[in-house]
Design a protein around this ligand. Sequence first.
Ligand code: MG
Length: 271
Amino acid sequence: MRIARFSSGGSDPRYAVVEGAPGEEELLVVSGDPLFTPLNPTGERVPLVDARLLAPVIPRSKVLGIGRNYAAHAAELGNEVPAEPLVFTVPNTSVAGPGDPLVIPAWAGEELHYEGELAVVIRRLCKDVPLARVPEVVYGYTVANDVTARSLQESDRQWWRAKGADGFTPLGPWIETELDPADVRIETRRITGAGADEEVEVVQDGRTSLMVHDVAAIVAHVSQAMTLLPGDVILTGTPAGVGPVRAGQRVEVEVEGIGVLSTPFLAPGQD
Ligand code: MG
C-alpha cells in the first residue's frame, strides 16, 4: 500500500492511499495521520494530477542517516567501510517534499552532491529492537536524496549543515508499506535542460543487496542507543556514483517498488 501526504486546492496537509497505475494514480483520502490513527477512508478521491504531494512524513523527532554503507561508494570517496553502521543525525527541518525546489545556498560551494537512498519510516516507539523483530517496527519505505555539501563535510564534523541544511533531505513521493527492502534497484538520474533539449544521465545504479549493513542491522543498531518514535526516518546510505548537481539541473531518485523522487536545484534568487 502506498501512503501519501498531500495538499489540494490550498488545503492543509492530508493523507491518502495511492491507487492506480503510473500516470493514472488517484488519492483515496483518509482521515487523520495513518501513522497514528487507523486507516479510515473518507470516500473522497483526488486525481494525483490535481494534488501537490508533500513529504510523506515529517519526523517529529529525528532523521538518522547511515554513511558509507555501500563498499563501492565508500571507496569512491577514499573511505574504509565502517565495521558498525556510521550513524549521523539530521534535523527534521531538512526534510523537503517531492518536487520541492532546493535553492543551493551560497555557502555550499561547487560540490553539492546528490545521494539517492532507500529511507525507512519507523512505525512505533521502540528501543533495543532485536534483529528478528525489526519488521514489526517498520511502517514502510520511501525514497530519499541525502543532499550533501561535500566540500564542507570534512570541516563540519557533525555534518549539521553539510547534510542537515533546510531542504537537504527530500523524501517521497510516498511511503510503500509492503516493500521487501532486501534487493531493490536504486537509480539516480541527473537531468539537464527540458523538453527536446533534455539530457538524462544515469549517475547511480545500485541495489540494496549491496548494503554493508542491511535494514534490520541498521534499525537494531541505532535502537540500542536511541529510542525510535513513530515517523522517525532512517536513510540507509547511498550506492556508488555520487556527484555534483548544479543550479538548473534536476535529480530524480528511483527506488524499485516505490517510485521516483524528483528535486529541481535552483540558484539563489531563482525561487
Ligand atoms: Mg548518504
